[in-house]
Design a protein around this ligand. Structure first.
Ligand code: USQ
Length: 400
């Protein structure tokens, strides 16, 4: 099939593009290279030496004989151009990764909050609007987040998108319904993903757009079987306080001899998925599209849950690193449990790549190999969630 990868130059988008191209799909990347520009803004860079997009694509062509198309296009602002590209290329499916994805970045300042909302919500809306306007039956697969649910569950497993509810009517009858699981975002970034859900629900109901929304957990790992074929295809590795995610940060910190930065008590439980499973899940989502007239299909794209402090201890034990408990820069529950359903992907044939010593050490090895590129001053997380935190006033932690 012909597939657009919106955000195909990013951490998840690049390996997904190669994976689908390798499987024989015709891939076209649409990306405005904003992630590289944000690196410049923050004075940070991927730990791994990622090549410019044209060199990456040329290397893939040289190694495999396969062409991946590329348009440098801003989805949030260039609606007409995107519509033209859609009408010209006529893809069967569009995978939408093209959003600002870091919670700390989205909380840095009013400018960062507003950019994240303007960019993410407009990009998603423009894509939906253009799909309808083109009159094409395109399957849209979107990268959502586990964070739309919040991280608490009243003891039950978080279902895949929809919650069974029973309401009493005025005549005393009890009616069963399924509703979108109530959203409970923990950052401006996560809030934009909850808004995406409403956009999908509306365009699906009104125009019959076929949508799969993938609520992904925290991705760890760096390379996939395609990106590890040649150093010129290497995937990015974020470790800075804004874009680095927790497990990769711990592995990188251990590799450069920096104490592992556990926020607060480390009692936060989160869902995780390895990058190799991310690309496999996208493949499965594309080969199992929703039928015409089906409501938005929501899948939980995660394979396991862990507490942050347990991960720190595991990494410290494996690598001999030290753990440092640091004040939490975020406003989030200090301790939570998390139970999540992921039956839909398992039923489609996902064989989860769960945390193993071998895989953890492989990431630590990548980090060690490029340790000389690390700027240790970029490691601390400095984005504070509230004005009170910025003023140094202690706050009550959120109870939900
Ligand atoms: N944390 C630490 N130490 C660190 C970094 C993070 O203790 O050095 C803690 C955070 O306080 C938080 C948890 O680890 O409790 C996760 O933080 P994270 O930066 O790994 O992940 P998060 O901000 O939630 O965002 C990431 C991706 C985002 C995706 C989300 C999935 O950046 O795009 O949507 O994971 S989820 O977490 O399931 O919502």
């Amino acid at each position: 099939m012909k597939v657009f990868i919106l955000g195909g130059d990013g951490f998840c988008g690049w390996p997904t593009s190669l994976h689908l191209s390798n499987l024989g799909h015709e891939v076209v990347i649409i990306d405005n290279l904003s992630r590289r520009n944000i690196d410049n803004e923050l004075g940070a860079a991927s730990l791994t030496p990622i090549l410019p997009i044209d060199k990456r694509l040329a290397a893939w062509r040289e190694l495999t004989g396969k062409d991946i198309g590329f348009y440098n296009l801003n989805l949030a602002t260039e609606y007409e151009r995107f519509l033209n590209v859609l009408e010209r290329e006529r893809p069967d499916a569009v995978v939408h990764f093209a959003e600002q994805r870091a919670a700390p970045y989205s909380m840095k300042s009013p400018r960062h909050k507003r950019y994240t909302v303007d960019n993410n919500v407009s990009a998603t809306h423009n894509v939906l609007c253009a799909v309808v306007e083109s009159g094409q039956d395109v399957h849209l697969a979107h990268l959502g987040t586990m964070g739309v649910y919040g991280y608490g569950t009243a003891g039950m497993k978080i279902p895949e998108g929809y919650l069974d509810v029973e309401v009493a009517t005025e005549t005393g009858e009890r009616v069963q319904q399924q509703i979108l699981y109530p959203t409970n975002p923990g950052s401006v970034y996560h809030m934009t993903k909850t808004q995406d859900q409403l956009l999908f629900a509306f365009y699906n109901k009104n125009d019959g757009v076929r949508v799969t929304d993938l609520h992904q957990g925290i991705v760890w790992g760096t390379n996939t079987s395609e990106t590890s074929r040649d150093e010129r295809l290497i995937n990015r590795f974020d470790y800075d306080g804004d874009y680095g995610t927790v497990l990769n940060r711990f592995l990188m910190q251990a590799a450069v001899g920096y104490p592992l930065t556990v926020h607060g008590t480390g009692g936060q439980t989160r869902a995780f998925i390895h990058i190799q499973d991310t690309v496999r899940c996208i493949e499965l989502a594309l080969t199992n599209p929703p039928a015409a007239g089906e409501r938005v299909r929501i899948l939980n794209q995660m394979t396991e849950t862990h507490k942050v402090r347990d991960l720190a201890q595991l990494v410290a034990k494996l690598t001999g690193g030290e753990v440092a408990m640091v004040p939490n820069p975020r406003k989030e529950s200090a301790e939570n449990d998390l139970y999540v359903k992921n039956d839909l992907f398992l039923d489609m044939g996902l064989n989860p790549t769960t945390l193993s010593e071998g895989l953890l050490l492989e990431v630590a090895e990548v980090a060690k190999k490029y340790a000389s590129r690390a700027d240790l001053s970029k490691i601390p997380a400095t984005s504070l969630w509230t004005k009170a935190q910025r003023a140094g006033v202690p706050e009550l932690e959120p109870t939900r």
